[in-house]
Design a protein around this ligand. Structure first.
Ligand SMILES: Cc1ncc(C[n+]2csc(CCOP(=O)(O)OP(=O)(O)O)c2C)c(N)n1
Ligand code: SF4
Ligand SMILES: [Mg+2]
Length: 291
């Protein structure tokens, strides 16, 4: 059966502001799934709290809208239970780099086979534009009219320090490249982290499409770059921190690292999925104690 993008759409309309990058990110995700011929009944997406997660109702697939910062933990559970599904965690910069940072670290370290899409609009948008770690120090926000006082954290270096098996950067204003990157992330066997620079015309007025066009450079324009070299990726991260440029593309990929599940001795040579095995237990006796 060929997959049509409409199969991934419900009749609900998203509530995002005009010009919001979430539109393009959601369409790119649906397009990537469609082009990989993954049907809605073979996919699971965990959504987070935030403007990004407000698209959950518009996507027709197995989905779970979880608590702020927990989309990655939910995706991990879904993936471990049933590896036949394509698992995606959809999360904002606030949720991922603040409340959910422990889950991001564990997902990368464990190399769970799933794709994490980080909608990075450089603010907590749903709660009216507070600063996140990706908001530049000194930037004036609605809640911080004198400017963000905390120093910045270099997210690129932080992620690379965890030796990710797939780390990419993308931009909501380039849905074509974004779709290709999401496809590569889904195809990658391991934890794929995709940080997407996203327009937010309501609470991040400085980062207009023109601003992004001036700062974004496609990685493919660098002739000498080798994305399987962690050293090259770290040099690139240093350059991004020093110049403010944002390189988009696959920053680093290492394909031969076993996933968490593949390292489990107790699951070696077992073909069934945990979700099937759970169904074999009769829990009626246990349920007696629930009342
Ligand atoms: C544990 C917890 N803390 C705070 C909140 C309030 N809250 C809801 S959405 C949100 C902002 C989300 O920001 P981000 O993840 O960047 O998503 P965006 O809205 O920018 O897409 C916050 C702080 C919450 N729901 N749960
Ligand atoms: S506040 Fe920003 S992130 Fe939220 S819907 Fe509006 S433009 Fe999009
Ligand atoms: Mg945000």
């Amino acid at each position: 059966m060929s997959i049509d993008i409409n199969m991934y759409s419900t009749n609900k309309q998203p509530t995002w502001c005009p010009g919001c990058g979430n539109f393009a990110i959601h369409v790119s995700l649906k397009k990537a799934l469609m082009e990989l011929n993954i049907s809605p009944s073979q996919a699971f997406i965990s959504f987070d709290i935030g403007c990004n997660g407000n698209g959950a109702d518009t996507v027709n697939t197995y989905a779970f809208k979880g608590l702020h910062g927990r989309a990655i933990a939910l995706a991990t559970g879904a993936h471990i239970a049933n590896r036949k599904y394509t698992v995606v965690a959809d999360i904002g910069d606030g949720a991922c780099f603040h409340e959910g940072i422990d889950h991001l670290i564990n997902a990368i370290k464990s190399n769970y086979d799933m794709t994490i899409l980080i909608h990075d609009n450089q603010n907590f948008a749903l709660t009216t534009g507070q600063a996140t770690v990706t908001t530049k120090q000194g930037k004036k926000m609605y809640a911080l009219p004198e400017g963000k006082p905390e120093r910045d954290i270099d997210i690129n270096q932080l992620i690379l320090s965890l030796q990710p098996t797939f780390f990419a950067k993308a931009y909501s204003g380039d849905p074509q490249q974004l779709t290709e990157i999401i496809k590569k992330g889904i195809e990658h066997k391991g934890c794929s982290v995709i940080q997407i620079s996203q327009t937010c015309p309501t609470y991040n007025k400085e980062c207009t499409p023109q601003w992004f066009n001036e700062h974004i450079i496609k990685l493919e324009t660098l002739s000498q770059y080798n994305n399987s070299s962690l050293e090259d990726a770290q040099k690139l991260a240093k350059e991004m921190a020093q110049t403010g440029k944002i390189y988009t593309g696959i920053i680093h990929q290492h394909s031969n690292t076993p996933t968490f599940y593949d390292r489990l001795e107790s699951r070696k040579d077992i073909q069934s999925e945990l979700v099937d095995e759970v169904q074999e237990y009769d829990i009626t006796q246990l349920l007696k104690y629930c009342n």
